[in-house]
Structures are given as C-alpha cells and as structure tokens.
Ligand binder design. Structure first.
Ligand code: DGL
Length: 261
C-alpha cells in the first residue's frame, strides 16, 4: 500500500483526458498533474527538444514524491519514454500510444485513420506499431492541424474549431475508413465536434485514455503500491508556465470530468 500520488504529465492540457480516466477508475488515488504549458505545443518540435522537456518534467514529479509516472502525451512518449525508463529504472513509467492495435483488430473495412501530431505520426514507435498490427490494414495518417492550440486556448466550442475539425476529419467520411484513432491526448476535448463531423458515416472514434487507466490499475496491483481504499485522494496541478495557466488547468480538469466520453 502506498498513498503517494501518481504523476501525470503532458505538454499542456491534453493529459487531462487521461487524468479523467484515472479519476474515474481509481477514485482513491491521489494525482499530481504536471502540464508543461511553457513549451506547448510539442507536436512540431524535434525529438531531442521533446526528450529534454520530458526529462525535466519527470525530474520534477520525482522530486514531488510520486510513486508512478504516466506520460499522458503521445508525442512525449514516442520521443522519450525509453530514455525516461533508463534514467529512472525503479519508477514505473506508463507511456501513451495511439490505439492502433484495437482499431486494427476490429476494423471491418480494413481501413483506419490515425489523427495525431506530426511528430507522433513520423516516429519510429508509431511506424513499428503500424507495421506490427496493420499489416493488412490501410492506415490513413492525419495531422490535427491547430487542434492543440484550440484546446490550449479553450476554443473547443467555437466556429474555428468546427472549421479546423471539418478540414482535417471531413475527408475521411468518404474514404471507407471505419475507425478513427485519436492519437493525441488533446483531441478528446474536441471529440463532440469530431463525432458531429463523422456522424452517420459509421466511423467509430477511439482513444487510449481508458485503456491506459486499466494498465495503471494493473501496475499498482503488481507492485503493491495502490492507495488504501479509505485514503482521501488529493488532486494537485503544477506547471512550468505561470499561475494563470495553473488555474486554467484546474478549471479544465473540473470541466472535463463532466464531459462524457
Ligand atoms: N497532448 C500531446 C499528445 O498526446 C501533444 C500535444 C502537443 O503538445 O503538440 O501528443
């Protein structure tokens, strides 16, 4: 038993979509959320840069006494998860990958789409996963241009969000795709708009949040570090940006708890 918090890290607000699934599945666990904010977005940056940000973030979480780290960011996972695991061999570190495997196992049309950042879609990790599970499945790669900025700017419900989502996702409707994988943790914030755009096309939208929460639950048991079931969970939010950003993180966390998947 261990009542220390689980650290969840992202470039900004996106990892809150993973944080929400952890809250739902593991209500006794304390969570310490680190939203970088200062260096966001990561999606167009080099691997070396992102790796540096991820090391700084995990250093901070370790200093704060977390018992496990969830890299709630596909981009940072593809760039840095191996390095992080080497640097902190005793710390369980969970990474996030686009749900390509479940999409490939369930597609009837043998054609799926993955919506992610430019960095994630060109990473070795993504290409390896696609080669492993999507051998006989066509994978359409789509960058969510401007999506992260929309979410960081609290602009999910604007006409601009509708326009950018239609531009990126609209063409998939007539392409014979039947699964759309959200491969960036910011994108579930735009899920209502994405689902509206693909409505009636038979495309199922999939993200990795709930699967990652189940993986965390499994690891807590395996290492015997779950919180006691009568412990009072503490939710904390920290950032490398300013206090205003930290307040916005808290407000966004509260809001996303009320949005259905
Ligand atoms: N939320 C991040 C992801 O899952 C990245 C967003 C960004 O900073 O570009 O990929």
């Amino acid at each position: 038993m261990n009542n220390a918090p689980i650290g969840v890290y992202d470039s900004g607000f996106g990892g809150l979509s993973v944080w929400r699934e952890l809250r739902r599945l593991l209500p006794h666990e304390s969570l310490l959320y680190l939203g970088d904010g200062k260096n966001c977005p990561y999606g167009g940056r080099s691997r070396t840069e992102i790796e540096g940000f991820a090391i700084e973030a995990v250093e901070r979480l370790v200093e704060e006494g977390v018992k496990m780290v969830v890299v709630g960011c596909n981009t940072a996972t593809t760039a840095a998860v191996e390095t992080l695991r080497k640097r902190w061999p005793d710390m369980p570190i969970v990474g996030l990958e686009p749900a390509v495997k479940p999409a490939c196992l369930t597609t009837a049309s043998r054609k799926i789409a993955v919506l992610a950042t430019a960095h994630s879609l060109s990473s070795d990790m993504f290409l390896d996963t696609a080669a492993r599970y999507a051998e006989d499945v066509e994978v359409v790669k789509v960058v969510g241009e401007g999506f992260v900025e929309l979410v960081e700017g609290d602009m999910e419900c604007t006409a601009e969000a509708e326009r950018l989502v239609r531009k990126a996702v609209g063409p998939l409707v007539s392409m014979g795709v039947d699964k759309l994988v959200l491969g960036c943790t910011h994108y579930p914030f735009l899920r209502p708009t994405i689902e509206r755009v693909v409505a009636g096309s038979g495309i199922e939208v999939i993200d990795s949040g709930a699967a990652v929460a189940r993986r965390v639950e499994w690891l807590l048991e395996r290492y015997d570090i779950a919180a006691e079931c009568d412990s009072q969970p503490v939710m904390r939010f920290i950032t490398f940006a300013d206090e205003g950003y930290r307040h916005r993180l808290e407000a966004k966390a509260e809001r996303i708890m009320n949005i259905d998947r």
